[in-house]
Design a protein around this ligand. Sequence first.
Ligand SMILES: [Fe+2]
Length: 463
Amino acid sequence: MTSSEKTPFHGGYAPVTEEITAFDLPVTGSLPESLSGRFLRNGPNPLDLEDPHPHLLVDNGMVHGVRIRDGKAEWYRNRWVRSDKIAAALGEEPRPGGINEAPNTHVIGHAGKTLALMEAGAPVVELTYELDTIGRGDFGGTLPGGLTAHSKIDQRTGELHAVAYDVTRHDRVQHVVVSAAGQVTRVTDIAVSDGPMMHDFALTGKYVVVYDLPVTFSMAAAEAGVRLPYAWNEAHRARVGLLPREGGGKGIRWFDIDPCWVFHTLNSYDDGDRVVIDVVAYDTLFVDARLGTGGPPALERWTIDLTAGALKRERLDDRPQEFPRIDERRSGLPHRYGYTAQTEEFLKRLSRDAQDLSDLPTPAFGAALLKHDFRTGSREEHLFPRGYFASEPVFVPGDPEADSAESAEDDGYVMTYVHNPDRDAADLVVLSAQDFAAGPVATVHLPGRVPLGFHGSFVPDAP
Ligand SMILES: [Fe+2]
């Protein structure tokens, strides 16, 4: 066993060792003329595999991007996010503001800026259009602490919402609102106990939905040097909170739920006196030294009945899957479609025992992307051959000017980075969302690998 195999960073997660800049990338098929912008993705890419405490969820971020315009893939770049430590290791000056950690979890565009994001109080880091690190991003000095990896845009106002937790504060989390212009306009404290980890949340027209689940700060893990010191906590009451979007933190209403864990929301919305929340749920998390999910995740619908004061869970799909996405124009509104990824490499890292995967009903398990139709309860698969790894499927509207009320919700493309074992390099694959199982509309051939990672965005160029 090599040193890297003692860490999560082997196989599809093995880091790359160079920053590449390449122009005029070869394309098979034809890139839609409507795509004008950058397809970005963040993920962990440690510079030094001898780190005694490597951690998939918080190790140094690297952002990969392809710039697309006029049917061409103009460039590919990959760049380490410069924490002070990474800048020093690369012989560079530290960036302004102090960057103690290099966010690895998400990369978004907001208010004309490109932002790398992570949870637990990590800094927001602002990048240039070409993905170089500018410095700490504090929204013009208005952000009091960290933010989170998973923000949501209110489609009506363009405001960015987040629920932020901090590894150093165990008695509260914060709902943070950033205006469309990029200023923090509101911070609401929500009282909690034990320091719960909150990777994601949900946003409806009326509520901020808070997942207060039994993974909490662990002093024992912190003392052992674990870089994300959280553990399954049987004693912590599992509950889901509805914070009215207007009004203070005391207005939150809590609903009990069986102990479980959620990394990601697919979407949520108000439905009369009910709130519907679609998530990818796990039985547990961090029950041992590894991720320890106690089994693969599945797609669930949680329905809160405000009159009865109860939360109901139902399974929508038993297949192991992650990285749920929708047409973001439906964020907070009823959605018909959703997209998720099945990828053996990722699910093995999550599973306490890789054998858990052997019985699962997953054909041709290399990787698949799934398109769910929640109206009919059906799904379509886009299968990749064995040895391919797929990443998060990002939906991009076909007509960037249309809102989803006037265009079909699945009128657009699903984009993802895929590892192509034949070239030992990544392809950027563009699928037609309305012809999901068919071959790609376009495949951009990148000059290097994009290790498996986490989340990203198609950031359209300003018109
Ligand atoms: Fe995530």
